[in-house]
Design a protein around this ligand. Sequence first.
Ligand SMILES: C[S@@+](CC[C@H](N)C(=O)[O-])C[C@H]1O[C@@H](n2cnc3c(N)ncnc32)[C@H](O)[C@@H]1O
Length: 220
Amino acid sequence: MNPNKALWEKGDFTRLAETMRESGAALVESFSIRKGLKVLDLGCGDGTTALPAARLGADVLGADIARNLVAAGNKRAEKEGLTNCRFQEGDACKLQELMDHSFDLVVSIFGAMFAPQPLDVAREMVRVTRPGGRIIMGNWIPNDPTLVAQILTISSAYTPTPPEGFISPMTWGIEGKVVERFSGAGVPAEQISFARETFTFTSPGTPSEYLAVLRVTVTL
Ligand SMILES: C[S@@+](CC[C@H](N)C(=O)[O-])C[C@H]1O[C@@H](n2cnc3c(N)ncnc32)[C@H](O)[C@@H]1O
């Protein structure tokens, strides 16, 4: 079993994703989506980004390594009657089932950053994007004082030393690394830009109830 896949199929990410819907939809509003745009949402989870893009008229494929999240995404799209949004299993390191240059926009919001081979991820994202198309990644920033960066820092202090060659997903939050990876995949450095945004988790309960959701989601 692929340990990356096993990790994400464990726990119940859909519970955490429920608290990300508002910021996810707001983010998608900034993507200049138009009807018929061919969008790949990579590491899509259960569709926090994919569904809002489809609601705006894009033709969306969500790809994720976790079978349970693919099933949850398809269920959500079906429930909303979004026939322009479908989900399938796929590994961001090796998207062999997807043709070269087949998407206008490849999006990955806190998704592909968790794939173990970042150079392969950058190469695959570039390969499946049409010439002149766009790639948008949302990545957590290492040592940022906000929630997720702090959770990842704390949890890494309690996990065994990673195997040799392990590359932290948080390196996707370092601008120099992003330039290095995408330049290596053929994107000129001057075509790569960055913006810092705030992503808010919204939960109706108390902070301790939210902590309980995080425990269920990330206790691996
Ligand atoms: C933090 S979740 C984000 C999900 C979604 N993008 C969102 O904003 O809710 C990370 C996602 O990346 C997926 N993922 C991790 N490694 C992957 C890989 N190698 N290929 C594809 N998806 C992957 C996980 O299964 C999970 O759905």
